[in-house]
Design a protein around this ligand. Structure first.
Ligand code: DGJ
Length: 745
């Protein structure tokens, strides 16, 4: 068993071939954290790691025994109010106003496999031998509440998942006000903290700072994981880079309000926590009731950030994403949004689809504006029936025309919203999230529906399911364009209003689950004004997501690079759009736009009927190339070689699982004159194997062994090391795509 319990020392050792995690039941029966890192040999007793001598101005667990303070010890799931003054992982408010708890070890269970989480997304196994699970039950005698810490370690992924379940066995009501999914006390503070922050149109930009004493955190209070912060952080050693060094990743499988924080204490212990944001959260734990936290996924590597990301990619691709599309190459799509916005007719759509089909594009997506009175963004959300003025043959009529072309048909929804000008709102004004006696604020002229109420979710489900049942739909883009304000639900009493943000997201998950169960072959793509809810929770339901509303190729270098630290290439919707770009007004070569979008789920989002013949020919070639190499791009092993955050050049590599094939995108933002000589090392290939290297378009770059490519590198300076880029017609924002294929003699 990869989880051992040492009875005498009361220690648990979780391990696979590469990582170890060690927990100990402390003197007072609470749980101590001893080690998380590279695999170490098993050992019967690690008591030497519990350093806990006297220190001034601390308080002590036992009278007249100054050797044991919780404030000095590294813990698994700490509480506040006794002898630890740091941030707690759990807080339970009791009827007398106290929040003091003492959760002590009671029992444990080790078993093969991994349990499902009730109503929440989580990683999973297909066979029980893929992972082993440890459940430790802690109990507080005074309040008679159980707390179960669940850990799963995978055999093939260097990841440990954690979540926590509470059960109230008393006859009193409690308020759970903090219930983090994980806590990890690391023994020192020599780490850089990496977060992925941004805004609409510039999501998940890498920010790196060295840890400092005190608390550093990211989180969301918007009801969605948000554009601004992402529920994913990394701690790395200062010298760690993409290819070597230690790093820990922390990812929350959750789409609502979250908090991720690191607290460095006076003794340089780093406490990492992640979970539902305690701000504006409380959960009434009534007698007999349970509460389940979301899952956190911790990954350790001693081989650099690329390896950390690759572990998340493989795990999330294979054991978080689910269903028919999980392992399938994703269809190349045309989306009409930036081609027509709200200004379309059935004729125009079919014309666009025909043009797309001639270029080899496989899926036509009808975006916003097909339903109710939705001809502008001020009306119609919630009225999920076709607008016959625009589409006289209905959704099925249009879908059939698209299908007859030999293409798949996709449709846009925004299930969680309504406009004031809608039938839904006229008939059910009480269905929105709003606070009594307060003005309900709008965003994009819309309100958020109260998905904490099952009847509201059911109402939306019935309408959407009917369209999908009748409409012959193959793909759904599920959008979500505003965040929650005046958070309150008419269906819950005062002492449960702190539950609404969480109940809302549970409602959204339930709607997703019902739809994917009923329509298992539909490909779902999540979206939230671009990448406003790009998180591991959503990946459980929708294997791909619209990465950002900013489709400019140069902006996308940072957005896609930042996203790739946690999320797989197959999860990133990446579209070629018009120039000048609609977001930044920039002209970039069509080749660059294509080359950037190859590192994702390729799509086109522009009016193809207005392009020149040479542009259409170029797109036809891009589509052909993507079809040929799509499995490599979407499911290969992805490496960041050069970072857009620190360099004028970005380089990305994908290597096929059998290492017979690879592709490298090489993007230069601004031209330089009289440029330096450049060699780009290409890792990940078979050392002794010979690879023929050619550029997309046919240019032969020679034949080299994997060892030469990894150690010497590929010359990339030839087209740019002249006095003037103009003489070679090399523009700004230019890109090259290198293909590596094993040479067959
Ligand atoms: C926001 C999305 O991110 C866009 O792609 C588009 O679907 C619009 N909403 C439609 O309203």
């Amino acid at each position: 068993m990869p989880i051992k319990f040492h009875q005498n020392s009361q220690e648990f050792h979780l391990f696979n071939d590469r990582i170890s995690y060690i927990i100990k039941v402390l003197r007072n029966d609470q749980l101590g954290q001893l080690y998380f890192g590279r695999r170490v040999p098993d050992r019967a007793d690690h008591s030497y790691l519990v350093e806990n001598g006297y220190r001034p101005v601390m308080s002590y667990v036992y009278d007249d025994d100054y050797d044991f303070s919780l404030g000095n010890v590294k813990q698994e799931y700490p509480a506040y109010g006794t002898t630890d003054y740091r941030m707690p992982a759990v807080e339970v408010k009791q009827p007398n106003g106290s929040t003091v708890t003492n959760f002590r070890y009671r029992s444990h269970r080790i078993y093969a496999g991994k349990p499902k989480l009730a109503d929440l997304p989580a990683t999973y196994v297909e066979n029980n031998d893929e992972a082993t699970t440890l459940e430790i039950i802690l109990h507080d005698d005074v309040i008679n509440v159980d707390l179960t810490l669940t850990y799963t370690i995978f055999a093939d992924y260097d990841a440990i998942t954690r979540s926590v379940r509470f059960a109230n066995h008393s006859d009193q009501d409690y308020q759970l006000t903090t219930a983090m999914s994980m806590n990890l006390d690391l023994p020192d503070d020599n780490y850089d903290w990496l977060q992925f922050s941004g805004a609409w149109g510039r999501e998940r930009q890498l920010k790196c700072t060295h840890l400092r004493p005190g608390i550093q955190s990211v989180g969301s209070t918007r009801g969605a994981s948000s554009h601004m912060q992402n529920p994913f952080v990394i701690l790395k050693r200062p010298h760690t880079d993409e290819f070597q060094g230690e790093a820990y990743g922390f990812s929350l499988v959750y789409s609502g309000n979250f908090l991720a924080q690191a607290q460095v204490d006076a003794y340089q212990v780093t406490r990492v926590q992640m979970g539902i944001n305690p701000f504006h959260f409380s959960w009434k734990l009534a007698p007999g009731q349970k509460f389940q936290t979301p899952e956190a996924v911790m990954v350790y590597t001693s081989n650099g950030l690329n390896q950390l990301s690759q572990t998340y990619h493989r795990l999330y691709q294979r054991r978080l994403a689910r269903g028919y599309w999980r392992d399938r190459p994703r269809p190349i799509l045309i989306n009409n949004w930036e081609a027509t916005y709200f200004d379309f007719t059935e004729g125009k759509l079919v014309q666009l689809a025909k043009q797309a089909h001639e270029l080899g594009i496989e899926l036509f997506v009808l975006d916003d504006g097909w339903f109710g009175k939705r001809t502008t963004e001020t009306a119609g959300l919630g009225d999920w029936w076709v607008n016959r003025d625009r589409l006289p043959n209905g959704i099925s009529g249009l879908a059939d025309r698209i299908h007859r072309l030999g293409m798949m048909f996709g449709l846009w929804f925004e299930p969680e919203m309504t406009n004031r000008d809608s039938e839904l709102y006229r008939h059910h004004p009480d269905y929105i999230i709003q606070t009594p006696d307060r003005h309900p604020s709008q965003g994009r002229h819309q309100y958020v529906l109260d998905f904490s109420r099952p009847e509201v979710v059911d109402y939306v489900y019935n309408l959407i399911a009917k369209v999908l049942r009748d409409g012959h739909v193959d793909y759904v883009k599920w959008d979500m364009n505003r965040n929650i304000t005046e958070c309150f639900s008419a269906a819950f009493p005062a002492d449960q209003q702190g539950e609404i943000f969480h109940r809302y997201i549970l409602g959204a998950y339930r709607l997703y689950e019902q739809l994917i169960q009923e329509f298992p072959k539909i490909l779902f793509e999540s979206c939230a004004s671009g990448g406003g809810r790009f998180d591991a929770g959503m990946l459980y339901y929708a294997p791909q997501a619209w990465t950002s509303d900013d489709s400019d190729a140069i902006e996308r270098l940072k957005i896609q690079a930042g996203t790739s630290y946690c999320y797989p290439i197959s999860s990133m919707g990446a579209h070629v759009s018009v120039c000048p770009n609609e977001q930044v007004n920039r002209y970039t070569p069509l080749k660059t736009r294509g080359d950037v979008a190859f590192f994702g789920d390729l799509g086109y989002e522009l009016d193809l009927t207005k392009l020149r013949p040479d542009e259409l020919a170029q797109i036809k070639n891009q589509v052909k190339l993507m079809k040929h190499y799509r499995v490599l791009f979407q499911f290969g092993r992805f490496y960041r070689l050069k970072s857009p955050f620190t360099s004028n050049i970005t380089a990305w590599l994908v290597v096929s699982p059998d290492q017979q094939q690879a592709a490298m995108g090489y993007f230069k933002v601004l031209n330089d004159v009289n440029a330096p000589y450049r060699l780009q090392r290409v890792p990940g290939l078979l050392a002794d194997q010979k690879y023929r290297v050619h550029e997309e378009g046919g240019h032969d770059c020679g034949t080299y062994t994997g060892s030469e490519l990894a150690n010497i590198g590929l010359v990339t300076s030839d087209a740019e090391s002249e006095q003037s880029a103009a003489t070679r017609d090399v523009p700004d924002f230019y890109s090259r795509l290198f293909i590596f294929e094993v040479k067959k003699d």
